[in-house]
Design a protein around this ligand. Structure first.
Ligand code: ADP
Length: 448
C-alpha cells in the first residue's frame, strides 16, 4: 500500500528535484517527456520514461490525455505536477483523482478558487488576510471603475482575474487613461487566458515582495515555514530570492506566519502553498496564493531543514506532516540565484549546446539543475536551467559564500545570466538588503 511509483509531469530541474525526493523515500519514478527532452537528465535517472509528444508544450507537458495514458501504461500510482504547466490546473487534478491516481497537490477546489484572483482575494479577505485596497470583485463598468479608482487614489493597477506569470497587468496613472487601459487589459487577458475579467487595486509605489510558505494536511492541520523575500524582479519575474527577508522582524514573521497558517487550517488546505504579499511601510497586503511548489522553495528548505517535496508526497499518501509548528526553527540565511540561459544584460534567450559544465560545490552550496556537458538546451521552454542555492549562518556569510560559488560555476557554449548575479552581489543595496520590487529594473536602466 501507499505510493510506490510517481509520474513526474514536468521537466528540467524540478523534475529532477522530484525524482530525488522520491528515490530517497524508496519510491520509483516515471519521467514523461517531449521528443525535445529525450536526453534530459531526469529522463536518464528516472526508473521509467514515456515520450508523450512533440516539443510544443501544448502537445506534450500540457497534454492531459497523453499524461494520463502514460500513468496508466507505466502503472504510476501518483502524479507530481511540479510548477508551471498543469500544476495549477484544477481540472487536471480532478481527472488524476478520478483515475484513482494520487494527486500530489492541493484539493482541486482550492486550486480553482485561488487560480481566479478575484475569488482568491475575496477568500483571503474572509480568512482574515490583509488585502491591497481595491475593487471588491471584478469590474466591468467604467463609471464604477472611475469611482473605485477615485476612492483608492491613483495610480491604480488593473489586473486580470486569470492572470499569471506577471502578465495581464496595467498601471493607470490618471482617470483619463482608465477606460482605455481597462479595455486593453481586458482584451489582452482574453487573448492570453481566455477570460477578460479584470479587477482594480491600489498600485503600491515601492513595495517588497514577501511570501509565506504554508503547508496543510487537508484535515485542518497547517503550519507556516516563514517567509521568502523575492523583491529582486525583472518584468515581475523573480531573479534572486532569499530567506529570511532582511526586513521582516521575528515578531512579524510569527504574527503573519500564524495568520497564514490559521487561514490554511480554516480552509482545510492540503499540501504546499505560498501566500504572496506586497510589503510597504511595515504593512502586508495580500496579492495572491500559489497552490503549488514554488521555484524558490529551496531557500526555505535551507533555513528550516524541511524537505518540502517529501512533505508533499507524505500528505498525498495520507500521512501526517512530519513536523508541527513548534518544531520549525529558522536558522541562518539562504539565497537562491536563478540561472537562465540568456544574455545577462539584453536577456535574449540563448539555447543550444552546453560544451562544458562545472557546478559550484563545497559546504552549504546546492545546485539544482539538469545540465551536463554535451546537453543541448532546447529552445521551446523556459530559459531557467539551474538554481544555485547557498546557505550561511548569517546573511553576510551567505553572501560571501554565494560570491565564491558564482566564481566557480562554469556553463560554456551558451550565454547565462551568471555575470548578472556576480554584479548584483557587488551592489551596496543588495549587500545591505535595501531593495524593493523596482530596484532591479532601475539599476539595469542606469547601468546601460
Ligand atoms: P502574477 O500571478 O502574474 O505573478 P501577482 O499578482 O503575483 O501576479 O503580481 C506579480 C508582481 O506584480 C508582484 O510581485 C509585484 O511586483 C507586481 N504587483 C502586483 N500587484 C501590485 C500592486 N498592487 N502594486 C504594485 N505592484 C504590484
Amino acid at each position: 500500500m501507499g505510493i510506490s511509483r510517481i509520474l513526474i509531469a514536468n521537466r528540467g530541474e524540478i523534475a529532477l528535484r522530484i525524482h530525488r525526493a522520491a528515490h530517497e523515500m524508496g519510491i520509483e519514478t516515471v519521467a514523461v517527456h517531449s521528443t525535445a527532452d529525450a536526453d534530459a537528465m531526469h529522463v536518464r535517472l528516472a526508473d521509467h520514461a514515456v515520450c508523450i509528444g512533440p516539443p510544443s508544450a501544448t502537445d506534450s507537458y500540457l497534454n492531459i490525455a497523453a499524461i494520463i495514458s502514460a500513468a496508466e501504461v507505466a502503472h504510476a500510482d501518483a502524479i507530481h505536477p511540479g510548477y508551471g504547466f498543469l500544476s495549477e490546473n484544477a481540472r487536471f487534478a480532478e481527472i488524476v483523482e478520478a483515475h484513482d491516481i494520487a494527486w500530489i497537490g492541493p484539493k482541486p477546489e482550492h486550486i480553482r478558487t485561488m487560480g481566479d484572483k478575484v475569488q482568491a482575494k475575496k477568500t483571503a479577505g474572509e480568512l482574515g488576510l490583509p488585502l491591497v485596497p481595491g475593487s471588491a470583485g471584478a469590474v466591468s463598468d467604467y463609471d464604477e471603475a472611475r469611482q473605485i479608482a477615485a476612492e483608492i487614489g491613483y495610480p491604480v493597477i488593473i489586473k486580470a482575474a486569470s492572470g499569471g506569470g506577471g502578465r495581464g497587468m496595467k498601471v493607470c496613472e490618471a482617470e483619463d487613461q482608465l477606460e482605455t487601459l481597462m479595455k486593453q487589459a481586458g482584451s489582452e487577458a482574453k487573448a492570453a487566458f481566455g477570460d477578460a475579467t479584470v479587477y482594480i487595486e491600489k498600485y503600491l509605489g515601492n513595495p517588497r515582495h514577501i511570501e509565506f510558505q504554508v503547508f496543510g494536511d487537508g484535515r485542518g492541520g497547517a503550519i507556516h515555514l516563514g517567509e521568502r523575500d523575492c523583491s529582486l524582479q525583472r518584468r515581475h519575474q523573480k531573479v534572486l530570492e532569499e530567506a529570511p527577508s532582511p526586513v521582516i522582524s521575528d515578531e512579524d514573521r510569527t504574527r503573519m506566519g500564524e495568520v497564514c497558517a490559521q487561514a490554511m487550517r480554516d480552509m482545510q488546505y492540503r499540501g504546499a502553498g505560498t501566500i504572496e504579499f506586497l510589503w510597504e511601510d511595515g504593512e502586508f497586503y495580500f496579492i495572491e496564493m500559489n497552490t503549488r511548489l514554488q521555484v524558490e522553495h529551496p531557500v526555505t528548505e535551507a533555513i528550516t531543514g524541511v524537505d518540502l517535496v517529501r512533505e508533499q508526497i507524505r500528505i498525498a499518501d495520507g500521512k501526517s506532516l512530519s513536523c508541527e509548528q513548534k518544531d520549525i526553527e529558522f536558522k541562518g540565511h539562504a539565497i537562491e540565484c536563478r540561472i537562465n540561459a540568456e544574455d545577462p544584460f539584453t536577456f535574449a534567450p540563448s539555447p543550444g549546446l552546453v560544451t562544458s559544465y562545472h557546478p559550484a560545490g563545497g559546504m552549504h552550496v546546492r545546485v539544482d539543475s539538469g545540465l551536463y556537458a554535451g546537453y543541448r538546451i532546447p529552445p521551446y521552454y523556459d530559459s531557467m536551467v539551474a538554481k544555485l542555492i547557498v546557505y550561511g549562518r548569517t546573511r553576510e556569510r551567505c553572501i560571501m559564500r554565494l560570491r565564491r560559488a558564482l566564481e566557480e560555476m562554469v556553463v560554456e557554449g551558451v550565454k547565462t545570466n551568471i555575470p548578472l548575479h556576480r554584479e548584483l552581489l557587488q551592489q551596496d543595496d543588495v549587500l545591505s538588503g535595501d531593495y524593493s520590487i523596482k530596484w532591479l529594473e532601475d539599476w539595469l536602466e542606469e547601468r546601460e
